[in-house]
Design a protein around this ligand. Structure first.
Ligand code: AHR
Length: 501
């Protein structure tokens, strides 16, 4: 029997809804086909946005969406994506398959999508190949209410009211696809570009995100912070977030590994590599702590998730992959870790929302399926805007290879505004169930109900069998002597909702 300790009297921090954010890039079939279709395509849509996809994302309470990239962001010129669609400039999407981008999905379409989703907006600007003027004018175009060249242009293009930009990223992966810069060079550009990301409506300040490290590039974090935090008194409001990118490649960056064809060794290797994100948050956090003593800057893990070898027969530049129970565990583990670090992690955006990498939704023509990852997000939504509670679960080290051992269980717990306690618990074992005894300190438990995503490690949904993996009710948790007693099956992500007297 493993014990799960929860202290409802000890709240450790606020869980920003944005921790469950998403990312949509002009990459493969994410935007085009996955989200945005021709109005006369025969696929039910509202202003081009697929009704089925929007409804599923709303159900999941998508809190924020990042756009237009990724690597695409640093070659995107926003003025090509406004005005009449017939006259919009076409470009080559050099990063992703060399396909023609017709710019039919641009700023107005992104804002329409976010309006339909009811989510916050995270725009990623172009530093790699764009100018300060271009970035500054984009912000003016989107957010300025009065009379100005860009606000007038927006109005001429049919949108009278300014939109709300909640987050603005100043470049993407500028150590790589965003310009191959050194940390010092990028940091100086960051200081300069962010100056012109003006907040015009002071009731809605734009939060600025600085381009952070890849994986364990501590040199980048140090170099950027060294320059950015130099004389910070002159740089009021210069940085709200620092991004981190970390993907789980089971077999490393070169080989990556198959989404469907893997054995138990690779199962544990994948989960172990996923857990590594906690080390990254701790180590980059220790660096940031030295510069940002008041904890004003948060981490924005704006790209995370599994990255496998693309599905056989699909365009390698489109990064289309399947999604199994293994991905459900990867999602559950990451989201629990982000919750536990909610003092630093202000936002996270899984890559990517539809048809790319660890997507929550896959589409094929007018068909749509929800992946195991979707079902995990849908269960975890109860943590959004809640307070993290102190918790600890006993576990053992499991695995098949010394360097890829993992804890058998992984959890996070929060208390929502209505007083309900939400426990999300993952069983990382490929074959072993665990009996759990949940103890809530100084609290009288009134009721418990549960739901679970579980199955064989290879289980996944297909267009032929779309509900092989889904959330099902879990009624195996009993209240015995004021304790929660249950067995969590192997390969599962469990959510328990507890009410107290
Ligand atoms: O998500 C796919 C790509 O991964 C993004 O475009 C880039 O930022 C990262 O390298």
């Amino acid at each position: 029997m493993q014990k799960l300790f929860i202290n409802p009297k000890h709240q450790l921090g606020h869980i920003n809804p944005e921790i469950q954010g998403h990312f949509s890039e002009h990459l493969g079939r994410c935007i085009y086909e996955g989200i945005f279709v021709k109005e006369d395509s025969g696929i039910p849509n509202v202003n081009g946005m697929r009704k089925d996809v929007v409804a599923a994302l709303k159900e999941m309470q998508i809190p924020v969406l990042r756009w237009p990239g990724g690597c695409f962001a640093d070659e995107y010129h926003w003025k090509d994506g406004i005005g009449p669609k017939e006259t919009r400039k076409k470009m080559i999407n050099t990063h992703w398959g060399g396909v023609t981008e017709d710019n039919s999905f641009g700023t107005h379409e992104f804002m329409e999508l976010c309006k339909q989703l009811g989510c916050k907006t995270y725009i990623n600007g172009n530093v790699g190949s764009g100018t300060v003027q271009e970035m500054s004018e984009w912000v003016e175009y989107m957010t300025f209410e009065g009379v100005s060249p860009m606000a007038d242009l927006r109005k001429a293009n049919g949108h009278e009211e300014p939109w709300r930009v909640d987050y603005f990223g100043v470049g993407n992966e500028n150590w790589g696809c965003g310009g191959n810069m050194t940390p010092e060079y990028y940091a100086n550009l960051y200081r300069r570009y962010q100056t012109y990301v003006r907040t015009y409506n002071h009731e809605r300040p734009i939060k600025k995100i600085c381009g952070g490290p890849n994986i364990d590039d501590y040199n980048w974090t140090t170099g950027v912070c060294d320059v950015c935090f130099r004389a910070p008194e002159f740089l009021h409001g210069f940085m709200d977030g620092l991004s981190i990118h970390y993907y789980t490649h089971p077999e490393g960056w070169e080989i990556k590994g198959s989404a469907l064809d893997f054995d138990e060794k690779v199962w544990y290797k994948t989960l172990s590599k996923t857990l590594y994100i906690e080390d990254l948050i701790n180590h980059h956090g220790a660096i940031l702590d030295k510069y940002d003593k008041q904890h004003k800057v948060g981490f924005v893990v704006d790209e995370w998730g599994t990255w496998y070898t693309c599905e056989p027969g699909t365009n390698p530049g489109f990064l289309y992959q399947q999604n199994t129970i293994r991905d459900a565990l990867v999602a559950g583990i990451n989201l629990n870790i982000f919750n536990k670090h909610c003092d630093r992690v202000m936002m996270a955006n899984i890559a990517q929302m539809v048809n790319v990498l660890q997507a929550v939704i896959l589409t094929d023509g007018d068909k749509m399926i929800l992946t195991p990852t979707y079902h995990v997000f849908n269960m975890y939504k109860h943590h959004q805007d809640a307070e993290l509670l102190e918790s600890y679960v006993e576990s053992e080290k499991i695995g098949l290879e010394d360097q890829f051992m993992v804890p058998s269980l992984n959890e996070s717990v929060s208390i929502a505004k209505d007083g309900k306690i939400h426990i999300t618990l993952n069983n990382l074992s490929a074959d072993r169930d665990y009996e759990i005894e949940g103890i809530l300190t100084d609290t009288s438990v009134a009721s418990v109900k549960g739901e679970i995503v579980t199955g064989d490690m290879h289980d996944h949904n297909t267009f032929e069998d779309p509900e092989k993996v889904k959330t099902v009710a879990f009624d195996g948790c009993k209240i015995v002597d004021n304790k929660l007693v249950f067995t969590i099956p192997a390969c599962s992500v469990l959510h328990l909702e507890v009410t107290t007297d």
